[in-house]
Design a protein around this ligand. Structure first.
Ligand code: SF4
Length: 236
């Protein structure tokens, strides 16, 4: 059986993504994911930071055993690894953990300690961007949990778009959801969430680059706080 990525050229995929972005703008998250599974089959995966398992849960309702890709940077909070383990244990998904080429100790030996403080863009490239690029090689399309209400940089996120950097279809089935929509879905379906969300964190990344948010700050204000950096390079 041929896969979606073997059947279609890059131009085909790009046109398909842009058309779907228009057609599915008002569709529900489940309808968007159903389109992704129907269109790409095994060439589709969900990526999860294990902040919560909302998109993984939605996707597993459409496709049992769906691939859920998690980036283990080596710098995660224990709660994040625990959430990954719990998702693997109780949900009908196939968790795939990607790791950087170097351990933190190997990176420290080559670049010096605490690269995240001195050059977070390089650290993110080595520990997030490159592993994801390797991990996505066999997929034509990937889903994320990006939402427009999270920050200004995410305000124009399409529900389906073209990931120019990776030449893949990028699907954000809950782009139009608000935090209340997420909270309602979690409560209704008993979805696993990272315990840090109950402890003052509204966005959970690597431990050295994440702090609790203050009142009135946007949900991602605790990421790389005090720096101009707002994204890790996975989404821009
Ligand atoms: S978020 Fe921080 S620790 Fe994690 S990869 Fe990026 S710079 Fe490194």
């Amino acid at each position: 059986m041929t896969t979606a990525q073997e059947d279609r050229t890059t131009d085909d995929l790009k046109a398909l993504a842009e058309q779907a972005g228009r057609d599915l703008e008002d569709a529900s998250a489940l309808e968007i994911l159903q389109w992704a599974v129907d269109t790409f089959g095994k060439g589709f995966c969900v990526t999860s930071s294990m902040e919560d398992a909302v998109v993984a849960h939605l996707a597993s309702r459409v496709q049992k055993g769906v691939d859920v890709v998690f980036l283990d940077t080596g710098y995660h909070f224990p709660e994040t690894i625990g959430t990954r383990d719990a998702v693997e244990a109780v949900m009908d998904v196939n968790v795939i953990t990607l790791t950087p080429r170097q351990t933190v100790a190997e990176q420290d030996a080559e670049y010096g300690p605490k690269l995240h403080d001195r050059d977070p863009d390089l650290c993110c490239r080595l520990r997030k961007v490159q592993p994801l690029e390797r991990g996505l090689k066999n997929y034509a399309a990937w889903a994320t949990g990006l939402r427009r209400d999270e920050s200004e940089t995410r305000a124009n996120t399409p529900v389906v778009g073209w990931d120019e950097k990776r030449q893949k279809v990028k699907i954000s089935p809950i782009a139009r959801w608000t935090q209340d929509d997420v909270d309602d879905y979690v409560a209704e379906h008993g979805v696993l969430t990272n315990p840090l969300l109950m402890d003052g964190y509204t966005s959970v990344g690597c431990a050295p680059c994440t702090r609790r948010v203050l009142e009135g700050e946007d949900a991602r204000a605790g990421r790389w706080a005090g720096r101009a950096k707002t994204e890790c390079g996975l989404h821009g």
